[in-house]
Design a protein. Structure first.
Length: 281
C-alpha cells in the first residue's frame, strides 16, 4: 500500500536541513529533540533513504535528502498557497527583494507557483546589493524582502539564522596553502566573518575569484578554482560540502530577515507573499 508524504514530516526534514542542527530545528518547531528525531526516522523509513548525515557538529543533506529537498519545499509551499487561495482571491502588485544567494534556490519556484495560483497578482522579484535594495524600498519599488536586514532602515519582522557551508568541487584539495577563495564582491557583510574564521584557524588564504552573481560563484566552484562559503541550498550538482572542521574551520551562522514596508500593513497580497517567504526561507 502506497504511503503519503505527510507535510508535518516534510516540514521537520526541511527545517532540520536548513538549520543544520536537530536541536535548533526542534526549538524552531516547538518540538522536543527526541520527537523531531522520531519524525525524521519515520520519513526515512517511508522514503527508504537516508536523508541526513548526522555529525557531532550538526546535520547535512545526504544524497537521498538532496533529491527529496526540492520536492519537500515545493509541497510545503503549495500547501500554504492552496490554503490561502481557498480563503481569498488575490490581486495587485508586490515588489519582492531577494538576496542573490536565494535567487537560484527553490524560493523563485515557490513564488512562481504562487503567481499561478493567483493570476490576478503580479510579483516583481528583484535581486540587488544591500544599499540598492534600501533605495528600492525608499522609492516604493519594493514592498517586502528576504535579505540581510542590516542594510535596510526598517527592522525585520522575522529573522532566522542559517549556517554557511564550505562548498568546493568534488576534486578540490582543501589543504592547499594558501587556500584559494571564491567570494561575493563587496558590499557583502558575510565576507568578514568567513575571513575571520580562517584567520583564527591560522589558515593562509587568497581571494582568487570574485563575482556579484551566485551563478558565477557556483560556476567557479564547479571548475575547481577554489572554495566558497555558501548557504547549503546553494550547493548544486558538481559541488560538495566540506563540513570536516579538522580540514576547514566552522563558520558562524548568518542572519536572514524578512523586512516589509510599514505602508503595506493589512495588504492581503503582501500578507500572502510574506507567508510564502516564511515557509521557504
Amino acid at each position: 500500500m502506497a504511503q503519503d508524504l505527510e507535510t508535518g514530516l516534510l516540514r521537520a526534514f526541511v527545517t532540520a536541513a536548513r538549520a543544520g542542527s536537530i536541536s535548533r530545528a526542534a526549538q524552531a518547531l516547538g518540538h522536543t529533540q527526541p520527537a523531531l528525531s522520531q519524525q525524521l526516522r519515520r520519513l526515512e523509513r517511508i522514503t527508504g533513504q537516508r536523508l541526513l548525515n548526522r555529525t557531532p557538529s550538526g546535520v547535512t543533506l545526504a544524497p537521498g535528502g538532496e533529491a527529496l529537498m526540492p520536492y519537500a519545499e515545493r509541497i510545503l509551499a503549495l500547501s500554504a498557497q492552496a490554503l490561502t487561495s481557498a480563503r481569498t482571491s488575490l490581486a495587485g502588485h508586490c515588489g519582492v527583494g531577494l538576496i542573490e544567494d536565494l535567487t537560484t534556490a527553490r524560493l523563485p519556484q515557490a513564488l512562481a507557483d504562487f503567481a499561478r495560483v493567483h493570476p490576478g497578482a503580479t510579483l516583481e522579484m528583484i535581486s540587488m546589493p544591500g544599499p540598492e535594495m534600501r533605495q528600492a524600498f525608499e522609492d516604493g519599488r519594493l514592498h517586502i524582502a528576504l535579505c540581510d536586514p542590516a542594510y535596510l532602515a526598517e527592522p525585520p519582522r522575522w529573522s532566522v539564522r542559517r549556517p554557511l557551508t564550505w562548498a568546493a568541487s568534488t576534486d578540490f584539495d582543501p589543504s592547499a596553502d594558501p587556500l584559494p577563495l571564491i567570494m561575493f564582491s563587496q558590499p557583502c557583510r558575510w565576507r568578514a566573518p568567513v575571513l575571520a574564521a580562517l584567520d583564527r584557524a591560522e589558515r593562509r588564504w587568497q581571494i582568487i575569484f570574485e563575482s556579484t552573481s551566485l551563478t558565477g560563484i557556483q560556476a567557479a566552484v564547479r571548475a575547481g578554482l577554489g572554495v566558497a562559503a555558501l548557504l547549503p541550498v546553494s550547493i548544486e550538482i558538481g559541488m560538495t560540502a566540506i563540513d570536516d572542521t579538522s580540514v576547514l574551520p566552522a563558520m558562524p551562522d548568518v542572519e536572514l530577515g524578512l523586512v516589509r514596508s510599514s505602508s503595506t500593513d493589512g495588504d492581503p497580497l503582501v500578507n500572502a507573499v510574506e507567508a510564502v517567504l516564511r515557509n521557504v526561507a
